[in-house]
Ligand binder design. Sequence first.
Ligand SMILES: Nc1ncnc2c1ncn2[C@@H]1O[C@H](COP(=O)(O)OP(=O)(O)OP(=O)(O)O)[C@@H](O)[C@H]1O
Length: 241
Amino acid sequence: MKTLLIENLSKNKGAKSILKDINLSIEANKIYGIIGNNGAGKTTLFKALLGLIKYSGLITIDDCVLKCNNSREYLKTTGLVMPFPDYYDKLSIREVFEEHLFYMNCKLDKDIDTILNDVGLKTSVETKIEELSLGMKQKLNIALALSHNPDLLVLDEPFNGLDRKGITMLKSIIIAFKKQDKVVLISSHSFGELDDIIDEVIVLDNGEVLATDSIQVLRQKAINSLEDYYSLLWKGDRNAK
Ligand SMILES: Nc1ncnc2c1ncn2[C@@H]1O[C@H](COP(=O)(O)OP(=O)(O)OP(=O)(O)O)[C@@H](O)[C@H]1O
């Protein structure tokens, strides 16, 4: 994947406008941090990008426009970390992998134990999801997202529940991933974790893109943390732009 182009993307739910005319150009070999207050539209944007919800506007991956009838094919090239649906609780890790691979229509190139080990999840594949801690579920989620070697990694609050070792592991996975001509989109409220790894920041507010900036440019302006950047934006200090 080289580019992901989002043009005039909007999403309404009843009378409510959840995403409003989003335009973004996403490039490979970069990590994008998507930040914004609760309810800003980050998860909804991710769902649209993955073809999981209907929307108006155009999403183009390289030269291919994402449509309902090709979204399943496109999903195979994406890895997604989002909270598990409730019905997963009674499934075992093995069953979740089977369901994931069936949905993605792909096969593993490593055995499940090796994949779990790679993300630091030390438990039997027969363990039920309801028996996993929040951090263990997150590690499993990451393992699933990477299991089919995607081109685009979409991570919705991936640091939630991870211990320090897990966070360090995930950051190194993300950095190694982007270096392979791939794209990473991460939404997180943990600015400190994003600070170390992102190349670009996209700020959503009330369903709109409030700002997009390169971290390198922000550093040149002596804005050295997302926390400072975000405060400046909300103070209306346009020097942050
Ligand atoms: N199925 C739905 N029906 C109605 N409104 C919805 C639905 N899903 C999301 N919304 C609304 O869309 C808006 C954006 O929600 P979204 O989950 O995308 O925000 P977010 O930026 O991911 O928030 P958070 O940081 O809290 O995770 C919110 O106002 C939410 O209430």
